[in-house]
Design a protein around this ligand. Structure first.
Ligand code: B1M
Length: 791
């Protein structure tokens, strides 16, 4: 029987940890665990056998890190390691033939763009190689686990789905804030993974079982797919430089039972667990039957950190990223002026858009290339989901593939040929699709006939495996100037579509007024009428105040905006003034906070005409990053946006650096200084500022970069005979390495003095870690260096 058929009929027990079991069997730090498949197959086989004896129905191959990047320093390739791993699992399976073998695929170990440098398609290729090897070796299912970046999960699941017919299970790791390290929440994970058609989804590793309960509850609330939980044996804790886990097998099993009673049906363990834990879990659930997972039937789309549920209240789709009738926008597309497009995106989100339509169709550009670029750029700074709008199915597929989330596709219509081209894409990537109520015979005049087209679209979608929740019907707005008698047919059709099929509706509102004066009046009235008939998602310009007034007023009158809280907040006179002021001014600070890289350089050049370089650093760059840091801390933005702001600062600072270098005349060196951001810390913006300023004052700098190992600092200082060393650290956790670097310099009797800096430090800390000097900022670093070399 396939494992898909077993799911939901009985609990499916997975095994527990492999890594910590291997450590207990002698694996040392620095050894690659997967090489044990070749070097010590017996140990791996015994671990599998112990899990099978404990009651595990699924054993996981020892291939967590068997990807070409992690194996590159070993003498084995991916295929060898995976083939051996599956072979060993098959040997172990002989003790119980009803065991399933899961090909284990863990994270690649490098971050994908925009957080890191790994390209999405490269990640896909890496996973594809693992999947192909696993399939060839004969595994029964694919387990993608411990993923913290939704984009990486998408690459892995696509690789599994496109290169095998095997069931795919996918789990992500969550922190105590209920999000993954890159900001994905459980609902967003579900929205993407269910769209991609995984067979089971859930959570592994992360925390102990107790701490995971709230995350699992959230997953169970929204998931229509079987839920898998593989927790650690408690919260990891470091003791004598070893990670230890505190929970006993019985305690572990009790928490797992709580989750099973709530609906989790696929259960196993992660770090710190062993066969005793699995045995206890199997034992504790022996009298329990799994709760069958039900379809939750809601319409949702998502970016990597935000899900929008359609139907709960009116959701606005911003229409401004579209060149039609916009000269400036066309110019921006032709000249690849991404910042112009990003500014449109930001301003729509600030004005209240919940979703952004993205259309870059211009005959004179390569639409596919531009679309991919625009989607990548928008998703790196903005977290509202996107609607991919193109008439070319190739453009749609390319954009939907690289989109880090579940988008809406705009659009299909009732024409067979169009549905045949688009529905398979929507099904494969799990996108929602807009269906326009027109077909080979054009747009029907009567609402009843448009409903027939809608029905055809919904039925054809169903035949293609797309559920009705993923279809949004656009009943098409006709212009009052040319087809006056048909305007109300659209409004009628909206109501009928909702009543008859229960699907969500969408309309491009402003068409209605085309060719008539004072278009606003007609747009507003039409919008109000359509909203009252149940329109779920108008496509409009959120920067148009009159239109937004109608939406906000509607939300009050329709009892959606409870106690009119949002209405009052927006329309109280003080707030109104603030909004206007903010709109009229986009200074360098705001540019950095928003992450507009190209604008940053230009604005910095302008500021340099009237301001001193260091003042720009102190008055703009640092305060802007402080705001970003706070927002990050409060969970308002996530790592991708934090990185985007840091990149923006770098653009700004490179302009400042150029100016300083052009002003600074080459002087004889006033002294040689080694600079480094300490081990474990990759924050180097501050250190780089200190470097440029010191150079500008005539000091010779040996910049060792960031995350610099202690030995490297010691060696360089010795080798280069350097007498002054500057260390930077930005995190409380890395101050320890700063202390250790100072200690090592002293222990090695290197005759030098050390000055330290970084936002996390102060004089007291500096004294505590035995630094010789503390510099609050770059200027103080110069003073220290001056005094030191003049002495
Ligand atoms: Co992150 N980060 N970050 N970050 N980041 C902080 C430091 C944080 C306070 C944000 C927050 O949560 N509020 C927090 C640390 C919390 C703590 O201490 N425990 C934090 C975290 C948690 C993280 C990650 C762990 C996030 C994650 O991955 N989940 C991760 C860490 C990875 C690692 O290091 N192992 C991370 C990553 C990043 C980015 C890569 C996205 C990016 C850094 C890009 C880069 O540097 N290339 C980044 C950024 C930009 C920040 C904030 C927002 C800004 C830092 C900065 O550049 N400030 C920061 C919050 C904040 O500080 N407001 C934050 C501007 C800079 C000019 O100031 O470095 O202080 P500063 O330098 C000043 C002075 O301090 C002094 O002079 C400079 C000019 O006046 N100075 C020296 C600095 N070094 C000196 C050396 C000297 C003398 C003076 O002599 C040698």
């Amino acid at each position: 029987m396939e494992i898909r058929d077993v799911l939901s009929k009985q609990f499916v027990f997975f095994d527990g940890a492999m890594g910590t079991m291997l450590q207990n069997s002698g694996l040392t730090a620095g050894e690659v665990p997967e090489t044990y498949n070749i070097l010590h197959p017996q140990i791996i086989k015994e671990i599998h056998e112990r899990y099978i004896q404990a009651g595990a129905k699924v054993i996981t191959t020892n291939t967590f890190g068997a990807n070409e990047l992690k194996l590159k320093d070993t003498e084995y390739d991916v295929e060898e390691i995976i083939t051996e791993a599956v072979r060993i699992a098959k040997e172990a399976k002989k003790t119980n033939n009803e065991t399933y073998i899961a090909l284990d695929i863990g994270p690649i170990g490098q971050m994908l763009e925009p957080i890191g440098t790994l390209k999405f398609e490269r990640a896909y290729e890496i996973f594809k190689r693992q999947v192909e090897a696993g399939v060839k070796a004969g595994c029964d299912l694919i387990l993608i686990e411990t993923i913290s970046d939704l984009y990486e999960a998408k690459a892995a699941v696509l690789a599994a789905r496109e290169n095998s017919r095997l069931p795919v299970f996918c789990t992500m790791t969550f922190g105590e804030d209920g999000r993954t390290f890159t900001g994905t929440d459980p609902l967003t994970m579900i929205t993407l993974l269910e769209g991609l058609g995984v067979d089971a989804l859930g959570v592994n590793c992360s925390l102990g079982p107790k701490e995971l309960i709230p995350v699992v509850e959230k997953i169970l609330e929204y998931s229509s797919t079987p839920v898998i939980v593989q927790a650690n044996a408690g919260l990891p804790r470091v003791q004598n430089e070893k990670t230890v886990y505190d929970i006993t097998p019985n305690e572990f099993a009790q928490y797992i039972k709580v989750m099973a009673e709530k609906g989790a049906a696929i259960l196993g363990g992660c770090c710190g667990t062993n066969d005793e834990y699995i045995k206890a879990v199997v034992e504790s659930l022996k009298d329990l039957k799994p709760i069958e997972i039900t379809s939750k039937n809601f319409t949702s789309i998502c970016s990597s950190s935000k899900t929008v549920i359609l139907g709960e209240e009116v959701k606005l789709i911003g229409e401004r990223i579209n060149p039609t009738g916009k000269k400036k926008f066309k110019e921006a597309l032709k000249s690849n002026n991404i910042d112009y497009i990003l500014t449109e995106a930001i301003s729509q989100v600030e004005a209240g858009a919940d979703i952004l339509d993205v259309n870059v169709g211009l005959p004179e550009i390569n639409e596919k290339e531009v679309m991919i670029n625009v989607v990548k750029e928008i998703q790196s700074i903005i977290n509202v989901p996107l609607q991919i709008d193109s008439s070319d199915s190739k453009v749609i597929e390319a954009a939907v593939r690289i989109y880090n989330g579940k988008p809406i596709i705009n659009s299909v219509n009732g024409k067979e040929e169009v549905m045949k081209a688009i529905f398979p894409i929507a099904k494969k990537y799990g996108a929602c699709v807009v269906g326009l109520t027109l077909d080979e015979n054009g747009i029907p005049s009567k609402a009843e006939d448009r409903i027939k087209v809608a029905e055809k679209i919904i039925n054809t979608a169903k035949e293609c495996g797309i559920k009705k929740e993923d279809i949004l019907i656009d009943c098409l707005v006709l212009t009052a100037s040319a087809q006056q008698s048909e305007v109300m047919e659209t409004v009628k059709a909206v109501k009928m579509v909702k009543e008859k099929f229960g699907v969500k509706t969408l309309l491009g509102v402003s068409n209605v007024s085309f060719g008539l004066p004072q278009r606003e009046i007609l747009n507003q009235t039409f919008l109000a009428m359509a909203l009252s008939e149940g329109l779920d998602a108008p496509i409009l310009n959120p920067n148009n105040k009159a239109i937004m007034d109608i939406v906000r007023a509607f939300k009050v009158l329709a009892n959606i905006d409870k106690e009119a809280k949002s209405y009052v907040r927006i329309y109280s006179s003080i707030e109104k003034k603030q909004v206007i002021n903010e709109k009229n001014f986009r200074g360098l600070k705001e540019i950095i906070i928003k992450g507009l890289k190209d604008e940053a350089a230009q604005k910095t050049k302008e500021l340099l005409e009237s301001k001193d370089s260091l003042n720009i650093v102190d008055d703009y760059l640092i305060p802007a990053l402080d705001v970003v840091g706070k927002k990050y801390e409060n969970g308002e933005i996530f790592l991708p946006q934090l990185i985007q702001s840091a990149e923006t600062v770098k653009k700004s600072f490179s302009v400042i650096k150029e100016k300083m270098q052009s002003e600074g005349k080459k002087k004889a060196s006033k002294g040689k200084i080694v600079l480094a951001t300490v081990q474990g810390d990759i924050h180097d913006i501050g250190k780089n500022i200190v470097k440029v300023i010191l150079e500008n004052y005539g000091f010779e700098i040996i910049d060792l970069g960031k995350d610099v190992p202690i030995e490297k600092v010691v060696e360089t200082v010795k080798k280069e005979n350097v007498r002054l060393v500057g260390l930077s650290a930005l995190m409380t956790t890395t101050v320890k390495n700063m202390e250790n670097t100072i200690k090592s310099l002293k222990e090695n009797r290197v005759p030098c003095k050390v000055f330290v800096g970084g936002a996390v430090l102060n004089q007291e800390y500096a004294d505590m870690i035995k630094a010789d000097y503390y510099a609050k900022d770059a200027q103080e670093a110069v003073e220290i260096a001056r005094r030191f070399f003049e002495a």
